[in-house]
Design a protein around this ligand. Sequence first.
Ligand code: SF4
Length: 361
Amino acid sequence: MTGRFEDMPDKRLRDIHENVLAGVRIGDEEYLYLEEKGGLYDLGFLANAIRERLHPEKQVTYVIDRNINYTDICISACKFCAFFKTPEEKGGYLLSFAELAAKIKETQELGGTQILLQGGLHPDQPLAYYEEMLRFMKKTGIHVHGFSPPEIHHFSLLSGLSLREVLERLIAAGLDSIPGGGAEILSDRVRQATAPRKCTADQWLEVMEEAHGQGLRTTATMMFGHIETVEERLEHLRRLRQLQDRTGGFTAFIPWPFQPDNTLLAGIEKTTAMGYLRMLALSRIYLDNFANVQASWVTQGPKIAQLSLFFGANDFGSTMIEENVVAAAGVSFRLTEQEIRRLVTDAGFTPCQRRMDYTLV
Ligand code: SF4
């Protein structure tokens, strides 16, 4: 303990600090109190102490991979998305298998171990098409981290099969793990207002619970800083923590702020770097059953990402040889593996390449 918080005049804040440092789980009331009263440095101090406890080896991990967005054609038309094309619009694409093969080859030549495979909710490709895609991709030996819960839910609606059956078939075809995309904020008021055609919060969690039950590891994300309230952010974290208590299937939590440009929600003020670091730290403090928290250099840039390592993050995410979704919202930070390693080293950590399951390469 430091003298700094022992001298805090606010006894409740002091008690929360003591509990967090002792490894005691915080409840919702404590989260809300920290959110309201905790200073940026207080939150950073606590989140950093948790990171040090969970990762005393001072390693910061990253993965070499590429996002492949197999299609931008999407029936969902989420208000926060600058990436999609409606099926009626001209210029939408669906990648050919030859294009997929070229992207995988390039990734493997750069030492990449996985593909983050995600796409829009295409109106009419059958489940067999995605099975074929997976079988084709798996011939290269690459790890396929693919199909976020809204896509799997969409495949289930289109095929008339249950989530269990869809997942069984995708896993049999080679799916290795599931990215936590499409969570945004797991609150139905927010989802209804921003993405009414996408799966509900319950359905998102149901896909993940079923996937964990079938032995797949997955990640969890949070896109914040649009129309959600503080309580809805907490609801999101609470629901993830509850599911993680039941299954233990999440490998990591990845929060990032909404990027409004070119979306239907353009005009909403962007989350500041301070707002991002606060949310990152609060997540690290609340999600005591998540081993790993990722920094978002893609939205924050290299300097704030470096600072994130002192606000609870222990992972630098992906080298993202290709990224399309955030770039469509006008944000285009780019980092090579060498730059990531240098940023991590300069912050006083040892950079380590990892796989999806956080084993080291
Ligand atoms: S966020 Fe995903 S589901 Fe929503 S419109 Fe964009 S591509 Fe479609």
